[in-house]
Design a binder for this molecule. Structure first.
Ligand code: ADP
Ligand code: ADP
Length: 228
């Protein structure tokens, strides 16, 4: 599903965020990416959906050679990769329904199919009743549910998330985590960078730890392993 070979990333300012990452993530896996601040987790995630390009190395995601992808092919790749952010990144002037529908509109989905599918994913994330609300009328947890619905609406094979519970209280974080579990149970691969020690230690999933731009630990039923 995801494969990286000797991936390096040096930013324009000379900072080497990743130094020789090689990893394989199989279809249907649920993987937590942990590590101290500045370790390279966000960069690792950004390379997977071509928000950043590697300086060196190869990256395959869901059959796409992401590091060599032509710009015009990026929309096809992103359609099959759902992304969820810490700060939700919803469009404030659109309702919950419209935020989710927008992800289908941009790829030219016929409107009948779109209506059915948007309703379906909003139900799945438990927001069927609030589809007409704008982001500022929703709690943080509800906004993140909209963002998860948007990531899911085009039925991607993989969902990647960068600190999706970073702005949420512990109880709401668990609700969002259970949503990711449900999605993974339905066969979607999940890769999530997180600082949520409690969740990582409870779930006993695969844990990849990054420090100084290198993978320092990769365990099938791993623990968080840091004090923060
Ligand atoms: P993490 O997500 O683990 O906190 P990041 O991938 O965000 O780590 O950052 C890794 C390193 O790369 C840090 O030293 C950070 O300051 C640097 N970095 C991240 N993004 C950029 C950028 N766009 N330009 C320059 N340096 C960056
Ligand atoms: P996030 O943490 O939400 O992934 P950042 O806050 O790291 O995003 O990045 C915000 C902007 O600043 C991005 O354009 C990123 O590329 C840039 N950036 C991040 N870290 C650095 C850095 N150390 N030096 C220069 N630019 C950076």
């Amino acid at each position: 599903m995801i494969e990286m070979h000797d991936v390096w990333k040096t930013y324009g300012n000379g900072v080497s965020a990743l130094r020789g990452i090689s990893v394989k993530i199989n279809r249907g896996e649920f993987v937590y990416v942990v590590g101290p601040s500045g370790a390279g987790k966000s960069t690792f995630i950004k390379l997977m959906y071509r928000e950043e390009k590697p300086t060196k190395g190869t990256i395959f995601v869901n059959g796409f050679n992401v590091d060599r992808l032509k710009d015009r092919k990026i929309p096809y790749m992103r359609r099959q990769t759902g992304v969820v952010f810490q700060d939700f990144k919803l469009l404030p002037q659109l309702t919950a329904y419209e935020n989710v529908a927008f992800a289908m509109e941009v790829i030219g989905t016929p409107s009948k199919k779109m209506k059915t599918r948007v309703k379906e994913v909003l139900e799945l994330v438990g927001l069927g009743e609030k589809s007409k609300h704008f982001p500022n009328q929703l709690s943080g947890g509800e906004q993140q549910r909209v963002a998860v619905a948007r990531a899911l609406v085009n039925s991607p094979a993989v969902i990647i998330a960068d600190e999706p519970t970073g702005n949420l209280d512990p109880e709401t974080s668990w609700e969002i985590m259970n949503l990711f579990n449900k999605i993974n149970d339905q066969g979607t691969t999940v890769v999530m960078a997180t600082h949520n020690k409690d969740i990582v230690n409870t779930m006993k999933r695969r844990v990849i730890a990054i420090e100084g731009g290198q993978i320092v630990r990769d365990e099938q039923r791993g623990v968080y392993g840091y004090d923060d």
